[in-house]
Write a protein that binds this ligand. Structure first.
Ligand SMILES: NC(=O)c1ccc[n+]([C@@H]2O[C@H](COP(=O)([O-])OP(=O)(O)OC[C@H]3O[C@@H](n4cnc5c(N)ncnc54)[C@H](OP(=O)(O)O)[C@@H]3O)[C@@H](O)[C@H]2O)c1
Length: 249
């Protein structure tokens, strides 16, 4: 893993930072001496295990539902109390994937998907740009947003919108020299998939991914850290594919 001195003692929010890709991003940030705020929403047991396994003074774990405005406000208050520092970077990673047949998708599913995957990210970015001199934001999109998905069209739409939002935020953030980028992972081995789905994807990966395998969360984290760091100082408004060669666009 590369070392980024520019991330030392930077306060970085990682939504969904206690599991899967978010956990790998939190760990990579801790390894770079950043002050990490990792959020979760439902899985208290996993969040506590994550915290206890690290015993780091530089890690704050907060239960905060990105889709709820009161919880987003409370998150900033907790950061202020804990470190008395403003937020330097934001990683909008929290996301949900509901895979179900097209005609079974309800309005509730649509709302939950967009509120988690997009609305939360938008308003966290707004708060960061409004109240703190934030230097970099990275949004986690998805290959689903690029190639579409018949099992989760609402998820795919939310992730396509994430890329569009990234471009708008890069324009809005530029006045204060805040860079805003996205990464678009392909199939990554995380708890977002159950065991049956994972083994199905592992088989499909042999034919559908040039590198012939699923990606690992650490491989996404590596790209996110680069984009957060000053090494990416002239990169903004971009979306970087991390998909093993599954899609080139
Ligand atoms: N894995 C892939 O193949 C893949 C591919 C492309 C894009 N992505 C994207 O990458 C991101 C991370 O995915 P992952 O695979 O690491 O998923 P994951 O293992 O299921 O982890 C998701 C994390 O997001 C948190 N979360 C969910 N809803 C939230 C909410 N309303 N507020 C705050 N946190 C919330 C979860 O909290 P709890 O632990 O409390 O449930 C969990 O920590 C997502 O945006 C996903 O769409 C993943």
């Amino acid at each position: 893993m590369a070392v980024y001195p520019s991330l030392k003692n930077k306060v970085v929010i990682v939504t969904g930072g206690t599991k899967g890709i978010g956990q790998a991003i939190s760990d990579a940030l801790l390894a770079n001496d950043a002050l990490v705020v990792a959020t979760y929403v439902h899985d208290e047991h996993n969040a506590q295990a994550f915290l206890q396994a690290r015993t780091s003074q530089k890690l704050l774990v907060v239960q905060s539902d990105v889709s709820k405005s009161t919880m987003r406000t409370e998150l900033f208050s907790q950061i202020k109390v804990h470190w008395n520092q403003s937020v330097d970077c934001l990683v909008n990673n929290a996301g949900i994937l509901q895979q179900k047949p097209f005609y079974d998708i309800t309005e509730n599913d649509w709302d939950e998907t967009f509120e988690t995957n997009l609305k939360g990210a938008f308003f966290l970015a707004q708060s960061c740009l409004q109240s703190t001199p934030v230097s970099s934001i990275v949004n986690i999109a998805s290959i689903g947003g690029q190639i579409g998905g018949d099992k989760a069209p609402h998820y795919a739409a939310s992730k396509a919108a994430m890329v569009s939002m990234t471009r708008s935020l890069s324009r809005l953030g530029s006045a204060q020299q805040c860079r805003v980028n996205a990464v678009s992972p392909g199939w990554i081995e995380t708890p977002i998939f159950d065991a049956k789905k994972l083994s199905e994807l592992q088989q499909k990966a042999k034919d559908e991914i040039l590198l012939g395998r699923l990606g690992q969360p650490e491989e996404v984290a590596a790209a996110v850290l680069f984009l957060l760091s000053d090494d990416a100082s002239f990169i903004t408004g971009q979306c970087l594919n991390i998909n093993g060669g599954m899609y080139f666009g």
